[in-house]
Design a protein around this ligand. Sequence first.
Ligand code: SAM
Length: 236
Amino acid sequence: MEILKQAMTDMGIKIDRQQIETLTAYRDRVLLWNEKVNLTAIKDPAEFEIKHFVDSLFACTFPGFQKSYKIIDIGTGAGFPGLPLAICFPEKQFVLVDSLNKRIRILQEVIENLNIRNAVAIHGRAEDLAADRIHREQYDVCLSRAVALLPVLSEYCLPFVRAGGFFGAYKSEGTEEELAASVRALRILRGKVETTMKVSLTGINLNHQIIWIRKTGNTPANYPRKAGIPTKEPIK
Ligand code: SAM
């Protein structure tokens, strides 16, 4: 975990030996489960450290994340980016969501086994959960990585965020087109691009960035539309 430790120092995060042990055990459990259920294409432990852990943790460099308390991760898969963040920021609360129950059951096993007290994994589709008042506009931050293009992802994620909070979309570089296609969706859903932060850390070659979108008001009640519609008919 030497690469991770260095990256965390560069990002200004202090973690203790117990947290490193938890991250190591989490990686090992995901790789073990991966032999039975498809969770990740990344099997090399060093690559795992960079592409899953460092990448996930990069959100912590944004002031809006630092000030947040309740965070939701949509389409979390094997727990990225939410679970590494939960391990490193025990004072914050994390809800991890995925529409595939098999992955959620594995995450629940990992959370219980590693005694991670500030994270819960729930099964559901973003479109359904965002219509539920338990979740709607209840979060300071919504995060999502590798789930959909920005116009669709904004419809999944912005309804979870309270006015004044942030949606952080993890993206590869070259997102100008996606941003250009999202102008109307962001206006309707009440989002405004605040900043784009590129992963820039010594010795780490990740062409990744997080687009941070501020929630400017309440999302109209008719969004998100019914499950499946945002992907079939993205807001144009
Ligand atoms: N975020 C993880 C990562 O970066 O490794 C997983 C990415 S995986 C490519 C996309 C995940 O999004 C899948 O686990 C899928 O089940 C989930 N997903 C897709 N559409 C969804 C929706 N509408 N609501 C909730 N989860 C969804």
